[in-house]
Design a protein around this ligand. Structure first.
Ligand code: 13P
Ligand code: SF4
Length: 347
């Protein structure tokens, strides 16, 4: 039997016991089978809502881990390729964040004065760290609201791991450049003197996404020269110089929504992962949609999820076997859930 047919047959057999979640960056061959497709926030909400026994997550590891953190006791989350990680999530780890917390603890009362905020693109341990210290998770879709809330809770916010999302969001909500700093985790107190840290409202972890930082200001300028009425739409993981030149900035769901609601003839150069941009171009032939860079940029690990690997997981389920389950130990899942639920309660 052909792969497409095998997957469709097992999906039908498992019925309501199975839900397949697919991130917008997934390949077409995979996303066609998703019961729900969305950005990382929507998929976390879908994971929280579903009652299906098996949640097959077509995305990267931190997304499946978030679903596992939210899963009810009768549910299992499976990821078609356990090696599908996230380069950005790997820029921060618990020992380095704990070290930063200890450094800050030398000059202030961290439990009262510093609030940790982690982007959802991070390991479960970091979400747990946030949960344990009154902190919260955010995604690119709600970063503004979460960051504004965090800044009201305590005078200083420690934001990890994406410096660009942190900076771009902070600028949107009115935080000034001199109120932020980028932490250097190789040096004591991030390389700053205590006075500078005390004057700061937002500490940015020095992480970045290799897909989104490939878009450069010269790409924006080149598109504007080529197509006078083009609109530049970018993801907030892009660097601030690119965001400053763009017409609009938003999460993957924002990007999808903006294209859907635009009239025929609209021209877009979109700065995000190529699977999504090229799909939007195919789905909206009435508009002109291009990848912002000089070539399409794919996320290598998102692309590691193939139809064949999805079929392998589903065939396992049909045999009563769990292929590639993702679980989080309760001592990490519980505090991590606190931080994720704090975000989801914000709506
Ligand atoms: P979204 O939150 O927009 O889905 O982005 C996730 C991601 O990994 C972007 O690179
Ligand atoms: Fe991670 Fe970047 Fe891939 Fe998104 S595009 S999953 S941030 S490496």
């Amino acid at each position: 039997m052909e792969l497409n047919e095998r997957v469709a047959t097992i999906k039908a057999q498992l019925g309501p016991d199975l839900v397949i979640l697919g991130h917008h960056y997934q390949r077409d061959e995979v996303i066609q089978f998703a019961d729900f497709r969305g950005d990382s926030l929507q998929l976390a909400q879908d994971a929280q809502r579903t009652d299906a026994r098996y949640i097959v997550f077509c995305g990267v590891h931190f997304m499946a881990e978030t679903a596992a953190i939210l899963a009810k006791p009768h549910q299992t989350v499976l990821l078609p390729d356990l090696e599908a990680g996230c380069f950005l999530a790997d820029r921060a780890d618990l020992p380095l964040v704990r070290q930063a917390w200890r450094d800050l603890g030398r000059i202030m009362d961290v439990e009262r004065e510093v609030l940790p905020v982690t982007y959802i693109n991070s390991a479960a341990e970091l979400k747990a760290f946030c949960g344990q210290h009154g902190g919260i998770v955010c995604t690119s879709a709600n970063a503004g609201r979460v960051l504004a809330w965090a800044l009201q809770q305590r005078p200083l916010v420690l934001f990890f791991p994406d410096q660009h999302l942190g900076y771009n969001t902070a600028r949107q909500i009115g935080v000034a450049d001199e109120e932020m700093l980028v932490w250097d985790h190789r040096r004591f107190l991030g390389g700053y003197n205590p006075e500078r840290v005390r004057r700061t409202r937002l500490i940015l972890w020095p992480g970045w996404c290799y897909v989104h930082t490939r878009f450069r200001p010269e790409h924006v300028r080149a598109w504007r020269e080529r197509e006078r009425d083009i609109r530049i739409l970018v993801h907030p993981e892009c660097t601030p110089d690119v965001v400053a030149l763009a017409d609009e900035v938003g999460s993957t769901s924002y990007i999808v929504r903006r294209v859907k609601e635009s009239p025929p003839g609209t021209k877009w150069a979109i700065g995000t992962e190529a699977n999504l941009v090229l799909r939007l171009a195919r789905e909206h032939p009435e508009q002109s949609i291009f990848c912002l860079g000089d070539e399409p940029h794919y996320c290598r690990t998102m692309n590691q999820i193939t139809l064949e690997k999805l079929a392998r997981v589903l065939e396992g389920l049909a045999r009563g076997e769990l292929v590639n389950p993702v679980s989080v130990p309760p001592e990490i899942a519980e505090p991590a859930r606190l931080a994720v639920e704090r975000m989801l309660q914000m709506g």
